[in-house]
Design a protein around this ligand. Structure first.
Ligand code: NAP
Ligand code: GDP
Length: 327
């Protein structure tokens, strides 16, 4: 197979991560570290192109595009409060999508498949920091059991396909992601986009900006443009069926309160007026992940966008795209 015939299919290509991969590839020079390779075609698909919960629809898409590499991002995704409401659906839809993608990738001889896990799938009761070997060491947090078990099975299925059929399939484990093109829905989205939207409305309507929970849980947030580069690196350089954590360093973990204050500053809202509704769920206290495996394999410092700067850019994006943003 010549390099010219490489077709990279990105499922979930219109989402938070898919849009960032597209942006990074379209900005970086061809054949540079995070650029396209000469002659390579990238195809970004979403649910209107194929319903990945349906095997026939998924197979037809693979037969249409004949991908040589697949980055599988499509998923039913949501923050803590959406997971609490739709745990069963999270399991059924994600399990079906992931199984269809893995099966079809094998059936059309995809040369490399990267599927996406999450630090949300790690055990609730665990020692810290968490690393790649600990995915199955105990039940996940009850709030997102459906999502977590569906994703854990991707880890299993990926390794089994590598072992039995010799497939070059792998999985990556990002932490909490935010950035442009996120889902800014206040009930169903993740914390940073939810807080940006709430802060926007508080300023527009002169109402309170209320953070849910105590603000004390800890998270490692990663900006989608940074994660996109790590995905491109994984595609080019990481050929091992075992998962790899893609995360900011442990010392960059921040509290939800820190994140809320960064949002307030990013939006220009007075930080002293931020309020907390402590009747709301805090979710898992922390999921601190160790990214030494990536650091060692990458072999040089990776320049993550400073958190405050990334939050500010996301606030600016939301303000500029309010009418069309997912919200
Ligand atoms: P997202 O913004 O919610 O986008 C989801 C994408 O999946 C959209 O393009 C959507 O297409 C597509 N999709 C959903 N259901 C589909 C279906 N039945 N058939 C085909 N396509 C479907 O998601 P994201 O935040 O970029 O997440 C990307 C990956 O990262 C996911 O695997 C997620 O589990 C993982 N992850 C996310 C986070 C986070 O903080 N966001 C953290 C860790 C891991 P439509 O828009 O057309 O429906
Ligand atoms: P998680 O990282 O997978 O747990 O999911 P989220 O991105 O939804 O973050 C949940 C954490 O943020 C919990 O501690 C929530 O109590 C807290 N939080 C505070 N305000 C909000 C909000 O407006 N939306 C969401 N989703 N979480 C919030």
């Amino acid at each position: 197979m010549t390099q010219e015939s490489n077709v990279v299919l990105v499922t979930g290509g219109t989402g938070l991560v898919g849009s960032a991969i597209r942006k990074v590839l379209e900005t970086a020079p061809v054949d540079s570290e995070f650029g396209k390779k000469a002659g390579e075609t990238w195809i970004y698909v979403r649910s209107k192109d194929a319903d990945l919960t349906d095997y026939e629809s998924t197979k037809a898409m693979f037969e249409k595009y004949k991908p040589t590499q697949v980055i599988h991002l499509a998923a039913m995704v949501g923050g803590l409060f959406k997971n609490l409401k739709y745990n069963a659906e999270f399991y059924t839809k994600n399990q079906a999508m992931n199984d269809n993608i893995i099966r079809c990738s094998k059936e059309v001889d995809v040369q490399k498949l990267i599927s996406c896990l999450s630090t949300c799938i790690f055990p609730d009761k665990t020692t810290y920091p968490i690393d790649e070997t600990m995915v199955h060491n105990g039940p996940p947090h009850h709030s997102n059991e459906g999502y977590a078990y569906a994703k854990r099975m991707v880890e299993v299925q990926t390794r089994l396909y590598a072992e039995q059929y010799g497939c070059n399939f792998t999985t990556v484990i990002p932490t909490n992601i935010f950035g442009h093109d996120d889902n800014f829905n206040m009930d169903d989205g993740h914390v940073i986009p939810g807080l940006i939207h709430k802060c926007y409305l508080a300023m527009r309507d002169n109402t309170d900006f209320v953070v849910w929970g105590t603000g004390s849980p800890l998270r490692q947030f990663i900006y989608n443009d940074d994660l996109a580069k790590l995905f491109i690196w994984t595609l080019r350089e990481y050929d091992d069926p075992k998962p790899i954590i893609l995360s900011v360093p442990e010392e960059d973990e921040v509290s939800i309160k820190d994140a809320a204050l960064a949002v307030a500053r990013g939006m220009g809202y007075p930080v002293e007026n931020v309020k907390y509704d402590t009747t709301k769920n805090d979710g898992q206290f922390k999921k601190t992940a160790n990214s030494d495996k990536f650091k060692k394999l990458y072999g040089k410092p990776f320049e993550f966008t400073p958190f405050e700067e990334a939050v500010k850019e996301t606030c600016e994006w939301f303000k500029a795209n309010y009418e069309n943003a997912r919200r």
